[in-house]
Design a protein around this ligand. Sequence first.
Ligand code: NDP
Ligand code: AKG
Ligand code: MG
Length: 738
Amino acid sequence: MADIIYTKVDEAPELASASFLPIIRAFTKEAGISIGTKDISLAGRILANFSQYLTDSQKQSDDLAELGQLVKEPQANVIKLPNISASQPQLNAAIKELQAQGYKIPSYPESPASDEEKAIKASYDAIKGSAVNPVLREGNSDRRAPKAVKEYAKKNPHSMGEWLPSSKTHVSTMGQNDFASNEKSVTITAASAGTAKIEFVGKDGAVTVLKNDFPLDEGDVVDATFMSMKALRTFLEAEIADAKAKGVLFSVHLKATMMKVSDPIIFGQVVSVFLKDFFAKHGNALEAIGVNPDLGIADLEAKIATLPAEKAGEIEADLKAALDNGPAMYMVNSDKGLTNLHVSSDVIIDASMPALIRAGGKGWGPDGKEADTKCVIPDSSYAGVYDAVIEFCKKNGALDPAKMGTVPNVGLMAQKAEEYGSHPQTFKAPADGTMRLVDAAGTTLIEHEVEGGDIWRACRTKDAPIRDWVKLGVTRARLSGMPGVFWLNEKRAHDAELIKKVNTYLPEHDTSGLDLKIMAPTEAARYTTERIARGEDTISITGNVLRDYLTDLYPILEVGTSAKMLSIVPLMNGGGLFETGAGGSAPKHVQQLQEENYLRWDSLGEFCALGASLEHLSQARDNAKAAILAETLDLATEKLLDEGKSPSRRVGGLDNRGSHFYIALYWAQGLAAQDKDAELKAHFTPIAEALTANEDKIVGELNAVQGSPADTGGYYHAPADKVAAVMRPSATLNGIIG
Ligand SMILES: NC(=O)C1=CN([C@@H]2O[C@H](COP(=O)(O)OP(=O)(O)OC[C@H]3O[C@@H](n4cnc5c(N)ncnc54)[C@H](OP(=O)(O)O)[C@@H]3O)[C@@H](O)[C@H]2O)C=CC1
Ligand SMILES: O=C(O)CCC(=O)C(=O)O
Ligand SMILES: [Mg+2]
């Protein structure tokens, strides 16, 4: 196994790797460090799981499974770039592209009939959604803005929209009959440990086992809850009417990728309630062509288009009328007519809500203009956090990046903690009856009365990760000198169990002089936001969902993007997983590259992760050269920020490739200038000289390609040689690096 594993992913970060990885390899080789790659891309995971349909030369290894093993070993050192957590439409598109390239994989069977089709669907469902991160995250999360990034943002504040007290933007949430309000939680005792079951008991008393292999260990915190579909529909109907009455955009913010079972269903309810009369009128015709509202309006439109022209025309006209008749919709792309309800993965709450808050509470309307927005977040578990920040901004105006403090996060994430690990235990209730969690001894631990269609789920949070998370929180508070807040609500069932554990595990550490508090999330958001506005820093120590939400929310307000975050996962068995940034893979960036050969992806997250990975390697393997590479890379990153060599957004500026040249230049200059290691100095001195002497020429060569379309030969599965040709256009740079 190579010393460091760099992951092969999708979209913008993968394009960036084609340019950056050769640089990394050239630099680390001199310290005797090998860099391997493992393919966790969506296309790669499909091919690995459908080997039986492929020719020998097309087959590929199951790299995700191998990495899943590696992260449990002490020698693990993995740089993890963001990958696609595929929604159904993205999965279908990737399958289609692979088929067109000659891979004879099956299509996704929407209504599987045979056993073979059922098996195919099950394999694809396991690839769908957030299928990578939970496997690799064998540790808790430490995400923060590097000091240099924070300093740079203060000196060069990004634009912020204006917040006015008159803003009509607001959060709407259920508060009743939702996951938050129905939650029950227990900590597993020795008597309850073992393999639990999830059962449905019908009104007639008949018991159906929905899952018979849910392993629970003593000390694990287990919760179960459900959301009533009747209540959800009533709520949505009222909110859609309210958006129209108030003249604000209607929007819904979910995480259909990571919450891959529950949230697509909730999304489908929004689609079907928004288009209620339309579905009532055309129900039969739509059913006949296999329309499923969970797949969004984009799929609905595509299926209508398969009907005979006259019928299609009639239904399309009614769809348009139905959309026009509702409140104006928050748009994903108003030029293309793509609404919030077209594709469930287009609006992902962790990215969408911060963007709206940064923009002064504005979303884009169908007319291409910004407007105040109703933000529907159906479940009330965490909606109050966004509400608190929005209300703060209405009262106090936008936060000021030049002055604001910082909010690092310590997140409970290891071993599929909390909601993000709930998919295998999430079910649509088959009918009216009781859903129950039964322990190994046959005792019912938790039960709920449900109605057919309600979404019921059970989550598990293992004890060792909780203990490790408390320790990480204390460690970060000690090292940073910042106060830390555990965002836990004593009135919420799960959090109440967690608070008991925090109070048990905190005394294992020296907390003298530390300021550690426990506050309910809404209150913690208010407290933390008031503090950052005064320039004060506060560590948020949170569960897994708030980890996800807050590591986009505060970074986007503080430094403009979560791409610049340092994101470390100290693995529980001693290895290191270094994630890049907190954001995703920004599909818009690929489009821009294809249209005008310009990649605005900022690799700062990769630079930070590589620095942390080299630093970890230097300690774990006692490699002094790695320490020097890490130090000089961190300094090069600071210089890159200072000199303004990050990618700009538009053609004509320096793009991702140009920023890679500058990181190589500054890194080589740093290695040439240091005196701790003579070999590194001797090796990098001529490289630094050549890069310095050829700066104008290289930048000229890199920038010359901008402005016309670029062909990478694919979106999900682009051939490496074509991508490399696009991403490495400077012969001079390639020559020096090579
Ligand atoms: N860790 C992981 O593996 C994650 C994966 N994802 C996946 O990523 C995809 C997109 O998700 P989405 O929610 O849109 O979130 P993204 O974070 O990809 O995008 C939101 C916006 O953030 C900006 N952005 C993000 N990263 C960078 C960067 N490195 N350089 C410059 N700008 C950046 C872009 O803004 P602008 O357009 O203004 O330039 C972008 O449009 C999905 O497939 C999702 O599943 C999402 C989150 C995490
Ligand atoms: O795994 C995913 O789908 C997204 C992860 C994510 O958004 C995060 O960890 O911040
Ligand atoms: Mg996230």
